[in-house]
Design a protein around this ligand. Structure first.
Ligand code: SAH
Length: 230
């Protein structure tokens, strides 16, 4: 069992790496992959970079070249659900690409030739991740459900409202999760993802995002990872 921990932001990766006593760095697909141990378990840690293609490349390299047998993503996202606030935690049960549209040939959001728009996360790993998040951050509200991904930093109130109207159950929006979910589906590799809410994907998103990433994101993901592997 080799668990791969993926983060989007350098700050989060640094906080997780600081917990590893013995990491060695290997370069692959233009990324630094750190191999080592956390609480005695073999782990791979890598920064995916931002966006769906970068995330898909990262997941593929982790599985093909490094033998990752499960992938856990920790990162930040914009809140969309009415009760999903900055500082809350969202654990994904399923993902959808909100910017995928091959209509009218395929229904809106459906991934062509997969016959589906949504990719679910692994229930067992997701349950462990939700427990870890609850233990690590007992003060934070925890939500579980649908997360949207797309190649856009959603930072206007009008776009956030349009997504809420179109996909009312969506809890949050980010830029990587659905791509990794699709790769893990292709390979049959268990996947789970947790996102702390950095902003509300609205007109204030840019400032909120920047503050949250500097002040909170790194501590949150390191705490969740610690509890996941403890
Ligand atoms: N303007 C930012 C861009 C970062 S992209 C900057 O200057 O650095 C935002 C990253 O955080 C992505 O990895 C994405 O997954 C996540 N994210 C957080 N809030 C988001 C939002 N409102 N919309 C889309 N992605 C968001």
């Amino acid at each position: 069992m080799t668990l791969a921990l993926v983060a989007a932001m350098r700050e989060e990766l640094a906080a997780v790496l600081a917990l590893m006593p013995d990491e060695t760095r290997v370069q692959a697909a233009g990324r630094d992959v750190y191999r080592g141990h956390l609480h005695g378990q073999e782990v791979l840690v890598v920064l995916s970079r931002i966006g769906k293609v970068a995330a898909a490349t990262t997941a593929t390299a982790l599985i093909e070249r490094f033998g990752a047998s499960a992938i856990v993503f920790t990162g930040v996202a914009g809140g969309l659900g009415p009760g999903v606030r900055v500082g809350d935690v969202v654990v994904a049960t399923e993902f959808l690409q909100h910017d995928l549209d091959a209509s009218p040939i395929f229904p809106r959001h459906e991934v062509p030739l997969y016959g589906r728009a949504r990719f679910t996360t692994d229930p067992a790993l997701t349950g462990r991740l939700a427990r870890a998040a609850r233990e690590a951050l007992p003060e934070a509200a925890l939500h579980q459900g649908l997360i949207l991904s797309g190649d856009r930093f959603v930072s206007t109130t009008s776009e956030a409202k349009a997504l809420q109207r179109e996909l009312p159950e969506a809890l949050a929006v980010e830029m990587e999760g659905a791509a990794i979910a699709q790769v893990c589906h292709d390979y049959g590799v268990p996947y789970a993802a947790v996102r702390t809410i950095s902003d509300r994907a609205d007109d204030a998103a840019h400032g909120d995002f920047t503050r949250f990433v500097q002040d909170v994101a790194s501590r949150y993901s390191a705490a969740i990872v610690e509890h996941l592997l403890a």
